[in-house]
Unconditional design. Structure first.
Length: 163
């Protein structure tokens, strides 16, 4: 696991941009963390690094937003999913199989319904005695597809790494 400290929304955007530089077609990233932790901020940085210029907003009501980047980005927010039936309706397998990158906010909700191989990015709000803009970001690989890139990821994320 890689542990990062973000001191501002700008830091979290930049971390998203670095992750986009390492991600490729077919990759899945689950973003977890409380309301206001910074999942959408990270997604904005991720999309900007893919060259997306249109605004990236939390797709809370549509569930899935598609961006025509190269590779394409599927941005989901599954906070409002009612249950496993709705997860099936999302048809994650075909979304994951079309050559794009899939980024899912509140990813822990669909963890049981996604392929083993994914990257988890957990954003944690600062402890009460810390600066309110601080976030601890925990990046972990699940499955070999991301495990193989963890050394590289620690290098490119070095500016934010904390022990
Ligand atoms: N270090 C930081 N990283 C990210 N956001 C930060 C940070 N410090 C302050 N913020 C602020 O916290 C808020 C994060 O909001 P954001 O919409 O990204 O959260 P979210 O995790 O997507 O929440 P939701 O689950 O409601 O979609 C923004 O207003 C942002 O400016
Ligand atoms: Mg959000």
């Amino acid at each position: 696991m890689i542990r990062l400290r973000s001191r501002s929304a700008e830091d979290t955007r930049a971390i998203g941009g670095v992750l986009a530089g390492v991600a490729g077609p077919g990759d899945l990233i689950l973003l977890t963390g409380d309301l206001g932790a910074g999942k959408t901020v990270l997604a904005k940085g991720f999309g900007a690094a893919l060259g997306i210029t249109e605004p990236i907003t939390s797709p809370t009501f549509t569930l899935v937003r598609e961006y025509d980047s190269d590779p394409p980005l599927h941005h989901l927010d599954v906070y409002r999913l009612a249950g496993p039936g709705e997860v099936t309706d999302l048809d994650l397998p075909s979304l994951l199989d079309d050559g794009g990158i899939t980024l899912i906010e509140w990813g822990e909700i669909v963890r049981g319904a996604v392929p083993t191989d994914h990257l988890t990015v957990e954003l944690d709000l600062a402890p009460p005695d810390d600066d309110p803009d601080t976030r601890i970001v925990l990046v972990s690989a699940v499955g070999g597809r991301w495990a193989a890139r963890m050394n590289h990821l620690s290098g490119v994320l070095a500016p934010w790494v904390v022990s």
